[in-house]
Design a protein around this ligand. Structure first.
Ligand code: NAP
Length: 325
């Protein structure tokens, strides 16, 4: 059986995707920056209910050619998940833009050269809906303009990297197909021992660090549902050359609404979640459509409230809410 390559298997989404692929009976090869994280990754996929015997872990960095040709050898399917997503934005946007763009191009070229059938790229809603528009209603037809005034380095990096991927496919993609998944804010249980930026936000709400909720509204999608959408995007012939927004049904939520769900559903565990929103103007409530993934790929995301509650329960169960963590 030819292995499926997942880049960034050590991450929050990557580890859930590796576990989902292994559970479905695939053999999986994954890249990490440092093989020192191999045992931690094996433990994570076992926590995700998968047998790690079918997992091979290799080293490759988005900023270097070394290792990519070997990582792709014998693969017909690639999920390119790795991209820098820091908790705090760097002063120099190139710290994110360069690895995001160059890494995507490096993986796609290596995939093309290895004769890979299809690559599914994890982009983001940040590449779709971060340029304000009247009505704030977004579908896969929308694009974030990387030159939008005030756009933070991370959304710029995702918009630039995804655009570069489609440009390469059009110019010089060979026979390999590209499908793009564009998740909104990813929440839900983590398999890894380190917390990414979205789980840090839930932790901050629960441990009282976030005493006032920032005034922002966002879409939510469960990490397990994004992994499932990656699998569907790889399998469906008609997905080739298309983007798929990944967001739970229903309205986008504000931080204070998320805090309200936590307090309402979890009682004492969420007693310190913020009740007040930072002062400021009311921003438009974005409307983000998931019809394409639902109708064309049969994708059925969990309700956002379930994801929020299970994020908090996971933080509690892994001990992240104990003093000093
Ligand atoms: P994460 O836990 O930080 O995972 C990021 C992964 O990328 C890690 O495996 C990391 O490897 C790898 N990586 C970062 N820089 C790299 C480099 N220079 N070379 C090689 N690997 C590198 O973040 P995540 O939330 O799972 O994000 C996964 C993907 O989903 C990213 O493409 C992100 O943009 C996208 N996304 C995330 C969200 C969200 O809310 N979290 C929303 C939309 C889209 P190390 O383990 O070596 O650090």
């Amino acid at each position: 059986m030819s292995p499926v390559l997942v880049t960034g298997g050590s991450g929050y989404l990557g580890s859930q995707l590796v576990a989902a692929l292994l559970r479905s009976g695939k053999e999986v090869r994954t890249t990490v920056r440092s093989l020192a994280r191999a045992q931690e990754l094996r433990a994570a996929v076992r926590r995700g209910g998968a047998d790690d015997a079918g997992l091979e872990i290799v080293a490759a960095h988005l900023m270097a050619d070394d290792g990519w040709a070997a990582a792709l050898t014998g693969c017909e399917e690639v999920h390119h998940v790795a991209s820098p997503i820091p908790v705090a934005q760097p002063d120099d946007p190139d710290e994110l833009i360069v690895p995001a763009r160059e890494g995507t191009l490096r993986v796609l070229r290596a995939a093309r050269d290895a004769g890979v059938r299809r690559t599914v790229l994890t982009s983001s809603f940040a590449a779709i809906g971060y340029t304000p528009k009247p009505g704030a209603e977004f579908t896969e037809a929308d694009w974030t303009d990387p030159d939008t005034p005030g756009l933070a380095p991370y959304p710029r990096s995702k918009a630039i990297a995804e655009r570069a991927a489609w440009d390469l496919m059009e110019r010089d993609g060979g026979d390999t197909e590209l499908v793009v998944v564009n998740p909104t804010g990813i929440f839900g249980p983590t398999l890894t021992a380190t917390l990414g930026s979205s789980m840090q936000l839930v932790k901050a709400m629960l441990d009282g660090t976030m005493s006032v909720a920032p005034r922002a509204r966002f879409g939510i999608v469960d990490v397990r549902d994004v992994a499932d959408l990656h699998l569907r995007a790889m399998a469906a012939p008609e997905a080739a050359g298309r983007r798929f927004l990944a967001v739970a049904d229903g309205p986008t939520l504000s931080f204070v609404e998320v805090a309200g769900i936590l307090r309402g559903r979890l009682g004492p565990l969420a007693a310190r979640a913020p009740e007040r929103e930072a002062p400021g103007e009311d921003l438009p409530r974005p409307v983000i459509h998931n019809d394409r993934a639902r109708e064309d790929l049969g994708w059925q995301p969990r309700p956002a409230a379930t994801t929020i509650v299970e994020s908090a329960e996971c933080l509690r169960d892994l001990g992240f809410l104990q003093a000093g963590r």
